[in-house]
Design a protein around this ligand. Structure first.
Ligand SMILES: NC(=O)c1ccc[n+]([C@@H]2O[C@H](COP(=O)([O-])OP(=O)(O)OC[C@H]3O[C@@H](n4cnc5c(N)ncnc54)[C@H](O)[C@@H]3O)[C@@H](O)[C@H]2O)c1
Length: 311
């Protein structure tokens, strides 16, 4: 069996953390790609991480590059190329800058990594992953956006703190676009199978939902740039599920072709990720209020996609 190759497009904060996690988990060899101006950063991080392997004893080859040829034939591609938010910015403010970048990345992927499973992280997430699929023409099974695992993780943390229980026992679902309209679905949140609605009061739950929606902005305000540890881990959960055919069911931005009543749209829904990529979009029933919130989120995503078409 040949060693897996994982290309990370963007060697910034998330890219570096992705490389570190993938190497430690020995999921495959890593290529850290960035623009020529940042080639030194990509090469430096790669070397540092290979030396880290000598200390920790993991087996992974890590290469830094600005040459697309080095990404050729990757099994998995994770895209963080673009700019992150600064305090006061919404994810949507990044659209015009990151759209050009994602188009450029997509053109290169078409020829260099035609068989890869692609996970997009760059913001505004739903519009970026939609554009990536459009530019590459890849099948919908092979292009997915990471947001739900991260947003659910934030939701889980706040719920665990409120309930005074271990965070690993809390499971939560966040649907919709990766923005202020995301839908943390309280009816599906449990503490080891027990609905959180039985242990956390309604007004406390509502406050937690709001904090989750602003979870990214809270961190941007604190440190002047986007979160990177949890976003990287969330993408690795998805990559690992693909590489090991784990069939994990996670919330992720998937291409919808009628599911949940939406067509030609990327948005966060529960999906099963296995060796074939996004193998299934899982339909779950929602309350009237939850569906109304999801509709609102879908409208926000659609507006962003329409705006992209004009740029
Ligand atoms: N989906 C999510 O849940 C989520 C969470 C956090 C951050 N993000 C987004 O992820 C992106 C990356 O965040 P970060 O903190 O790593 O930013 P960063 O600035 O640290 O890294 C981005 C890197 O992309 C590189 N880049 C720019 N143009 C490129 C190109 N054409 N090809 C290859 N690389 C290119 C930059 O040089 C930079 O090194 C941002 O858009 C951020 O908003 C998404």
């Amino acid at each position: 069996m040949s060693r897996k190759k994982i290309a990370l497009i963007g060697a910034g904060n998330i890219g570096g953390e992705l490389a570190a996690l993938i190497a430690r988990k020995e999921l495959g060899d890593v290529v850290l790609f960035d623009i020529p101006d940042k080639e030194g950063v990509a090469k430096g991080k790669a070397l540092d991480l290979e030396q880290n392997g000598a200390v920790l004893g993991y087996d992974a080859k890590i290469t830094g590059t600005s040459n697309w040829d080095d990404c050729a034939g990757a099994d998995v591609v994770i895209i963080t190329a673009g700019v992150p938010r600064k305090p006061g910015m919404s994810r949507d403010d990044l659209l015009s800058i990151n759209l050009k970048i994602i188009r450029n990345v997509g053109e290169n992927l078409k020829t260099k990594c035609p068989n890869a499973f692609v996970i997009v992280i760059s913001n505004p997430l739903d519009a970026m992953v939609y554009e990536l699929k459009k530019v590459t023409g890849f099948a919908r099974e092979r292009v997915v956006g990471m947001a739900g695992v991260l947003d659910a993780g934030r939701f889980q943390l706040f719920l665990a703190r409120e309930a005074g229980v271990a965070v690993k026992d809390v499971r939560a679902m966040v649907l919709g676009g990766h923005g202020d309209t995301m839908v943390p679905v309280t009816s599906y949140c449990t503490i080891y199978g027990v609905p959180v609605t039985q242990t956390i009061a309604a007004e406390k739950l509502q406050a937690i939902v709001e904090r989750t929606r602003n979870g990214g902005g809270e961190i941007v305000k604190l440190m002047g740039t986007s979160a990177f540890y949890a976003p990287a881990s969330a993408a690795v959960v998805m990559a690992e599920s693909f590489l090991k055919d784990q069939k994990r069911m996670v919330p992720a931005a998937a291409y919808l072709d009628g599911e949940y009543g939406y067509k030609d749209l990327y948005m966060g829904v529960p999906v099963v990720i296995g060796a074939k990529g996004v193998e299934r979009v899982v339909n779950i029933s929602l309350t009237g209020d939850e569906k109304a919130m999801l509709d609102k989120s879908a409208t926000a995503v659609r507006e962003l996609i329409e705006a992209s078409k004009k740029l």
